[in-house]
Ligand binder design. Structure first.
Ligand code: UDX
Length: 433
């Protein structure tokens, strides 16, 4: 099939490359000529494992190309996906849909009348209705079908998530559009992932409800972790003990410094706004948001306590800046909050992350960036593990201890076993145990 992807950002690029890999002919369109020329040179705008190779392979085999020319790319496409950003709108927290609506208008001007328009961007309930209205108004006489097809891609694991999804959600009541969508995803049906055919509004809501539930699950285990610390129980055991119940499930029960990233904070906020406006407030998700925000700040206090109550003029080593491993993304990363808190308390911060250093240079100009974990900890009074990159799971602790001023580790991701670390002669603080 011929597919056009509008927006060559994270979602558009991963989805476009995966569709091309299924055998479809895909053009990823973006307004930004620098982004497009970089992609044509094989340079990825984001770090996502495997994406560069997948793009290169499909470009070479002639199924994937990049362009700034939407008119040309849309003309004979059978499906045109909208995969542009929906950032939080400044001031009121609603999702900013201006990019989605602008794309809808532009697509309608050039698309083949039979083409279906598919929204992949995360958009509040009712956006599809508005996209349909805009598209039909822009081309009077053409009854464009508009489909909702949310993505459930985790950064760092996006290609696997796309190719082996738990489910595919397709929101439209239009039978022809359903058939086109089925054709697009047919290469995946060999593995028989459930396809949820539903109406457009329910599909839009599924995406927000899924992310809000996952954010809730994380926040739940984080609060249980805090309680475990008070009552001398081990949160890892609790997570295992409850996670084995099929009704609960073991995933997303890892306690930590609070969730971050480009989706959960923004999507919970947008959902809360939608619910308030609809007169059916989601008090549980409002609480998740405020508990999570407070948690990131509380992590600073833990580090200060581990340093004996003051970090004034002390060197602190931070391992991991990205909001999670296998990405270079710093958006809403707990590390930012922790570093700001510690800097305000007078600490000198040294940090290292395997991928996020270029973005850290811009966002955190006042800290020292180290070349690796070992140079980061040299002379430090405390080592704080903020992101659970694999390379931090197997540090040479003997070497670390010799390099540090004081052998103190604050492990905000529970990647070490307390006994192992105590046996090596460290003071060790983790989460919920
Ligand atoms: C998320 C959703 O998982 C994905 O389906 C959606 O479409 C986009 O948002 P992503 O933000 O890439 O993906 O990362 P995810 O792996 O979900 O982690 C989000 C945050 O939660 C991270 O900060 C992570 O560290 C934290 N987290 C996750 C925990 O603290 N504990 C967990 O058990 C799981």
């Amino acid at each position: 099939m011929k597919i056009t992807m509008v927006g060559a950002g994270y979602v558009g690029l991963v989805s476009g490359a995966c569709f091309a890999d299924f055998g479809h002919r895909v053009t990823c369109v973006d307004h930004d000529p620098l982004r497009i020329s970089a992609l044509e040179r094989g340079e990825m705008p984001i770090y996502e494992p495997g994406l560069d190779l997948l793009v290169a392979k499909n470009v070479k085999e002639g199924r994937l190309r990049f362009s700034t020319d939407l008119a040309e790319a849309a003309r004979d496409a059978e499906a045109i996906f909208i995969a542009v950003g929906t950032p939080s709108r400044r001031g009121d927290g609603h999702a900013d849909l201006s990019f989605v609506y602008a794309a809808a208008k532009e697509i309608a001007a050039f698309a083949h009348p039979e083409a279906i328009i598919v929204t992949k961007s995360t958009v509040p309930v009712g956006t599809g209705d508005e996209v349909e209205r805009i598209a039909r108004a822009a081309r009077p006489g053409v009854e464009f079908a508009v489909v909702s097809n949310p993505e459930f891609l985790r950064e760092g694991a996006a290609i696997g998530d796309f190719k082996r999804p738990d489910r595919i959600v397709i929101g439209t009541l239009d039978q022809r559009a359903r058939d086109v969508m089925y054709e697009i995803y047919r290469p995946l049906t060999l593995n028989e992932p459930p396809i949820v055919f539903t109406d457009r509004r329910s599909s839009e809501m599924i995406k927000y409800a899924a992310n809000a539930f996952l954010a809730l699950k994380i926040t739940f285990i984080n609060e249980i972790a805090d309680l475990c610390e008070k009552i001398n129980a081990d949160v890892q055991q609790i997570a295992r003990g409850i996670g084995l119940d099929n009704r609960i499930g073991s995933k997303f029960l890892h306690p930590g410094p609070g969730f971050g990233g480009s989706c959960f904070p923004k999507d919970t906020q947008a959902l809360v706004k939608t619910a308030q406006d609809a007169g059916a407030p989601l008090r549980i998700i409002e609480t998740v948001m405020s508990v999570n925000d407070a948690r990131k700040m509380k992590m600073t206090e833990r580090v200060i306590q581990a340093c004996g109550g003051s970090v004034q003029n002390k060197k602190i080593a931070i391992l991991g800046l990205a909001f999670k491993p296998n990405t270079d993304d710093l958006r809403e990363a707990p590390a930012l909050e922790i570093i700001n808190g510690l800097s305000s308390a007078g600490a000198r911060i040294f940090a290292y992350d395997p991928q996020a250093m270029p973005s850290a240079k811009k966002l955190l100009p006042n800290i020292e960036l180290a070349d690796d974990a070992y140079s980061c900890v040299r002379g430090a009074e405390v080592l704080v593990i903020v992101t659970e990159w694999d390379e931090f799971r197997a540090l040479d602790l003997d070497r670390i201890k010799k390099l540090m001023q004081q052998p103190v580790i604050v492990d905000l991701r529970n990647i070490y076993r307390p006994k192992e670390i105590f046996d090596q002669g460290f003071k060790y603080f983790s989460i919920g145990r």
